[in-house]
Design a protein around this ligand. Sequence first.
Ligand code: GAR
Length: 207
Amino acid sequence: MLRIVVLVSGGGTNLQAIIDGIADGSITNTELAGVISNNKTVKSLERARAAGIFAECVSPKDYESRELFNDALLEKVDELQPDLIVLAGFLVKVPPRMVERYSGRIINIHPSLIPSFCGVGYYGLKVHEKALERGVKVTGATVHFVTEGMDEGPIIAQKPVPVEEGDTPETLQRRVMEQAEWILLPRAIDDIANDRVRIVDGRVVRG
Ligand code: GAR
C-alpha cells in the first residue's frame, strides 16, 4: 500500500479527483493518510474531512519566519509517514529539506506543458493568463517529480488541451482541469503505487 499525503492551497479539485479515484478503484494500492493545507479557509480541508480523511492547516501566518513554517510543515508531513507526497495545487515553495528528505517521492501537478509557462510566478490562473497572452493554440498539464528547481523535476506524464477562440483564463483553466489534470494526477499515483515508473538518469521511464 502506498501511503500518500496531499498538500493543497486552494479549491482542491485535484484532491477530489484523488479521493474519488481511490474510492472508485481507479487508483489502486493507495491509502490517503492525510491532507495538509497552508491556508485555513480552503475548501480542500472540507473535502478531505467529508471523506473522513485527516486534514490540517499549517499556515505561514502562524509562524514568525519562513524557516519556522518550513520546520512545522515538514514535522507534520513526517508524522503522517508518507511514501509519496502529492502537491495538488500547493502554491507554496516546498522546503528544501523536504525535497531532500523525500527525494524521488514528491510529485506535482502543473497546469501547462512544461517547460512552457512554468517556474517562479507561474501558478494557478496566472499560468492560463500567460498562455492566452502568448496566443498558444495548445496548452495542457504536466505531472512531474519535484526537485530543488521550481517545476524542473523529471516529467511523469503530460496531456495536451486545445485553446479555443474566446477563452478566458477561467474557461481555459476549467478545460485543462477536466481534460488533463483530473486524469493525469490519479493515473500517476496509480502508476507509482504499482511500480510502473522509475527515474533513470533524471528522466522517467516506464515498466
Ligand atoms: C491546479 O490547476 C493546479 O494544476 C495548479 O493549481 C490549481 C489548483 O486547483 N497548480 C499550480 O499552478 C502549481 N504550480 P485545485 O485546488 O482545484 O486542485
